[in-house]
Design a protein around this ligand. Sequence first.
Ligand code: ADP
Ligand code: MG
Length: 294
Amino acid sequence: ATPTSIMVGTGKGAENGILIRGGEHLERVHKLNTLVLDKTGTITKGKPELTDIISLYEYQGQENTLLTMAAGAEKGSEHPLARAVINAALERNLAIKEPEIFQAVPGHGVEAHIEGQKVLLGTKKLMLEHGVNVNKITSDIERLESQGKTVVILSIDEQPAGLLAIADTVKEESQAAIAALQAMGLEVWMITGDNQRTAHTIGQQVGISNILAEVLPEEKASEIKKLQSQGRIVGMVGDGINDAPALVVADVGFAIGTGTDVAMEAADITLMRGDLWGLVNSIKLSRATIINIK
Ligand code: ADP
Ligand code: MG
């Protein structure tokens, strides 16, 4: 009886946009008690847009200059934040500068040389590592972060020059789907490389208070292992290349079908619907299937 019900369950899943790689995954979904959701692209739309430019010190009033520099520094980056910066420069018809040197610093930002100047764009940590003093701008940063925006700092020749705030809106369905998961008895967590304050604001918007923020790309998988070592059975949901190792380590890895191929290859289950209702439906399907077996 078991294999038949599993086959029926897997078929029902496929009809509803839930692609399950093997029957054993459907059985394991039933045992999950913890779900870890990636923030960008899973809870949020993953289409960040530049919302604020704050010019500082000798760059005051020169927002467009800052944007041409920032966009130049981001030219070689594939990060979603880079796209937001470049799109904003293009919308203003600015000529994006060509960097002489470019280096991505994963989880932190980018470093470039543009017209002989050293340009850094990224987190506070990136600035501190290069000796850029950000003490006087922390209140601006905190204000924007508490609006749920990601703030990247721009420095030119090791002086703070500007702040770029980037917002990524929560998907319409996220809050209701997360509430449904919690009502089904699952503990829901958020994981992100983004800063604590931004992550908590987004968490409040969708009803998640368990937050793992400022997690470096290579640390996502070990955070999952940590939760497992506490005796939890963990499902991980993600869309990005960054998420792939965590999807593999999790008891069940779920990829969002609108995300990257790398995430789908790493996952046990792909949710073809781009939102979190697919996750709710997977759990319902698994529970219904297991009840049939018993
Ligand atoms: P996420 O989980 O949001 O994809 P990442 O680990 O990729 O996080 O990045 C963490 C943080 O590092 C970002 O929130 C941002 O502040 C900074 N960062 C990473 N890449 C870039 C970039 N290309 N430009 C600017 N900032 C970046
Ligand atoms: Mg993501």
